[in-house]
Design a protein around this ligand. Structure first.
Ligand code: M6R
Length: 337
């Protein structure tokens, strides 16, 4: 366990290295270019893709939801995200112009493998995003992007998830440039921002005292809620899964705007609500949702950018993360979760 108390903690602390390994050979810090030599796609190959299906289970599925935002916003391709155990039985509409992106840490999850086979049977192109070299999914997909996270022993994914997000973001930048839908300057700015991410994660992991206080204070709660909009919502889904899996606390994630459609009834005095507020285009809306849960006397732990002076006025506690681009924020916002 490398001196750590357990494997999950070890793998949390391996994230800076894992992320550097995911970038190696793909992100050139000098030219600010993101490429995938193993794919070597051409603009023509990319321009006729009419739809991407991302298929996965559990944490990998949550990485796929973040991937949808990335691919739609940066590469302007319509994306559907499916749970593998649903996709394989629902007779989906795929064609040669579709691309199925299959995400799996192990490359062996049986529903995900079956979904890959179904996509191939329907004539779609297939790409595996996986960690395990030579796994069944890696072998059977047309093409593979390895995440190079190193062995996952803990079962509860941490570095597997963050490297999947990183791979999906780099893929979206790569496809966006090939399709001509992403401006050079934006692609370069994202590449530059990514170079700093491993060090930023390293620094965040050095100071976890605040997290320990929250664990002591709220560890005996029976329920917890995670709220966010846009990419923050996608990250909230993984936060809720991890809390359930590791602490046995019932946890739910909601798109913050969905709260008023019934769920607000569950927000009662003292319930911890973790609100992610890193997406500036929906920031005001998120803060107004935060105020709604505060009005019902929930305990609000907000996650926002350093320098944000307003969150502290409404939330009970704020966890600050380094200020970064909205597409890079999930890579940092998920750490405290
Ligand atoms: O190996 P896979 O990525 O295909 O596994 C899929 C899920 O079982 C997995 O992501 C699971 O949800 C996480 N390990 C939970 O932390």
């Amino acid at each position: 366990k490398g001196g750590f108390e357990h494997f999950m903690l070890k793998e949390i602390y391996e994230q800076p290295k894992a992320m550097r390994d995911t970038m190696t050979g793909r992100l050139n810090a000098e030219s600010k270019l993101i490429t995938f030599p193993e794919l070597n796609w051409t603009p023509d190959e990319m321009s006729d893709i009419n739809k991407i299906f991302i298929v996965a289970c559990g944490t990998a599925y949550h990485a796929g939801i973040v991937g949808k935002y990335y691919l739609e916003q940066l590469a302007r391709v319509p994306v559907e995200v499916d749970i593998a155990s649903e996709f394989r039985y629902r007779n989906p509409v795929l064609e040669p112009e579709s691309m199925a992106v299959i995400i799996s840490q192990s490359g062996e999850t049986s529903d995900t493998l079956a979904a890959l086979r179904e996509a191939k049977r329907l004539g779609s192109r297939t790409l595996a995003v996986t960690n395990v070299v030579g796994s069944s999914i890696a072998r059977e997909a047309d093409q593979v992007v390895y995440t190079y996270a190193g062995p996952e022993i803990a079962v509860a994914s941490t570095k597997a998830y963050t490297t999947q997000l990183l791979a999906m973001l780099m893929l979206a930048v790569y496809v966006g440039r090939l399709r001509g839908s992403l401006a050079e300057e934006k692609a370069e700015a994202l590449a530059t921002g990514l170079v700093s991410i491993p060090e930023q994660i390293h620094k965040m992991l050095e100071d976890v005292d605040q997290i320990k206080v929250f664990a002591r204070e709220y560890g005996s709660s029976e329920d917890a809620f995670f709220l966010g909009r846009s990419l923050d919502y996608a990250v909230a889904l993984e936060g809720a899964l991890k809390l359930k899996e590791i602490s046995y606390i019932h946890a739910e994630a909601y798109a913050a705007g969905e709260l008023k459609h019934g769920t607000l009834a569950l927000i009662v005095s003292g319930v911890p609500v973790i609100v992610l507020a890193t997406q500036m285009d929906v920031y005001d809306k998120t803060v107004s949702n935060l105020q709604e849960v505060k009005a019902r006397e929930a305990v609000v732990i907000a996650i926002g950018f350093e320098g944000d002076t307003s969150l502290g006025k409404y939330a009970d506690h704020v966890i600050y993360i380094p200020k970064t681009d909205k597409y890079l924020a999930p890579l940092l916002a998920v750490l405290p979760l």
